[in-house]
Design a protein around this ligand. Structure first.
Ligand SMILES: [Zn+2]
Length: 205
């Protein structure tokens, strides 16, 4: 009697270092591939199809989807920061446009507040560029803010609200439409009105 069948055999395709989500750090890994083999008398003879591939962390022995090999936490951090900066700029410009007029002084105020909050220097031209984008109407700020709300922490949200508030308050009066817009920004970021009030109170005290 001939005994034949098939079984999966795991082999190591590659080794290296990658960010392990479980260890939360850079760890050695092995790229494993599971392939089905045709067996004769329990001896694997003929390689058949690949059943699966995964990455195994050599520190915690956790197994992960191949995606983690392309994951760079620093790069992700930079991307989140860029989104945060965009949010700060976006709310300030929208707030500036709330009363319909833009003057040089306001633009300078945007540059200054942006610099204070993000530690990044911008110029009047950058602000005007954002103004054109908003005026062309192809920026859905609420959707954008809702999108980044899950990426940034409470401190980041408070900074965005603060940026919007400081622009609203810069011309001395906090108008009704500016107040509405501030509420809209906070709501898009998923902040409660009590949280918003707390942020404004802390700026004014
Ligand atoms: Zn690990």
């Amino acid at each position: 009697m001939i005994i034949w069948g098939s079984r999966g055999i795991t082999s190591t395709k590659a080794k290296g270092e990658t960010h392990c989500p479980a260890c939360a750090g850079t760890m050695p890994y092995q790229h494993k591939k599971v392939r089905r083999f045709f067996t004769l008398y329990f001896i694997p003879l003929i390689p058949l199809e690949t059943v699966g591939e995964y990455v195994e962390c050599q520190s915690c022995k956790g197994t992960f989807n191949m995606d983690i090999l392309g994951y760079d936490p620093e790069e992700e951090q930079r991307a989140i920061q860029a989104e945060f900066h965009r949010g700060v700029m976006g709310v300030m410009v929208r707030m500036m446009l709330a009363d319909g007029v833009i003057d040089d002084e306001e633009v300078q105020t945007v540059c200054r507040i942006y610099g204070d909050l993000t530690d990044t220097q911008i110029y009047a031209a950058d602000v005007h560029e954002e103004v054109s984008k908003v005026r062309e109407g192809n920026v859905d700020m609420d959707a954008f803010l809702a999108g980044i709300a899950g990426l940034i922490n409470d401190h980041g949200k408070e900074m965005i609200v603060k940026a919007a508030y400081l622009i609203a308050a810069a011309d001395g009066e906090f108008q009704e439409e500016e107040k509405d817009m501030l509420g809209q920004v906070a709501a898009a970021l998923g902040m409660t009105s009590a949280h918003l009030k707390g942020v404004i109170d802390s700026i004014n005290n």
